[in-house]
Design a protein around this ligand. Sequence first.
Ligand SMILES: *Cc1c(COP(=O)(O)O)cnc(C)c1O
Length: 424
Amino acid sequence: MKFDTKLLHSGFNPKEHNMCINVPIYPTTAFDFGSVQRGADLFDLKCEGDIYTRLSNPTSNILEKRLADLEGGVGALCFSSGQAATTAAILNITSANQEVVASSTLYGGTCNLFSHTLKKLGIEVKFALGDDIEDFEKLITNKTRCIFIELLSNPALNIIDIEKLAKLAHKNNIPLIVDNTIPTPYLCKPIEWGADIVVHSTTKYLSGHGNAMGGAIVDSGNFDWAKAGKFPELSEPDESYHGIVYTETFKNAAFIVKARAQLIRDLGSSPSPFNSYLTISGLETLSLRMQRHCESALKVARFLEDNKYISWVNYPMLESNKYHSLAKKYTPKGCSSIVGFGLIGGASAGVKFIEALKIPIFTTNIGDTRSIITYPYITTHRQLSEAQMKACKIGADTMRFSVGLEDIDDIIDDLDNAIRESQK
Ligand SMILES: *Cc1c(COP(=O)(O)O)cnc(C)c1O
């Protein structure tokens, strides 16, 4: 099946669900084992089936199969949020006294998780200072267990050469984990470029309608954990699961099976079946929405580039952008919905601009059907010192616009008017 067909059909057969044409919601906490033997087999992971919704649920299972298919992986596991998915992806293969190498341009929540919470667990995350492969290479030690990056990072939108980074990771017998939230598999499938694990905040474009929090991990099935010799939690007996050896029993699905059987069992960061249902429903229109997001974002970027009150525009599809050639390689259909720009006139112009806008919602989210304007200087980054802001490349002029699905003429008129008001 091609991508757009998978969006609508993967992982779901109406014959297995009372002939429903739409994916049903299974609002149940537990499942009847049916027989003593089946109960025992389920607990031995000898047969497939649901036990308790913290571990799996039929509605979420459909979303998992669909996401695995869309990204080209062997399996997926859904979570209550993107943060929960990232946490589990790291903890699945990293313990105290081990390290992670990550890009420094990451979503703020991931930055906090990496610099504070993982540190408390004894895991050190080393941040690469630049986007070049050498910036990552020099941080790798024999304690490093994975490399973690975002593709089209939020909000800097930089693009790291995944293909080269995957080669570096594999040379060091460690996997590459890519947060693919902003491109979605419609714009790029990191597994095709060598990524081993993909994580998502489904809260954004995948569900798309701003109505359901969620996260997911997709396992490519390509990384040989046993051969790498660094991951005893996958290739040696798991005491917490009757001594099961994941790489022997589950072969190339070892990572994703362990994440479910052990981590989501213990951490409990499972999705609600209702949210999985909403995400499946939103996912059906992913291609159509992403096409429109990309088309409109490029028009907004070009409009801003020509406006005399705008000092800079960041959108990698623009020929002038530093990442344009990498965008052509990795996201040739477009660079998603986020456009960053600088408004002349400092904080007083910034405040007037936000107040004059009529269409976009003033909040911090992205990837909603509705346009969203973010002013980090007044909101997300206001606690930082001037020096810290400078390091994050945030100033009084910095605006971030997630271009929604409204009529593009209305969006541009609204921006044009608010920019003029801001200069009064
Ligand atoms: C929002 C976001 C996250 C976190 O996801 P939540 O669903 O909010 O927990 C992680 N990565 C990126 C790139 C994001 O934009």
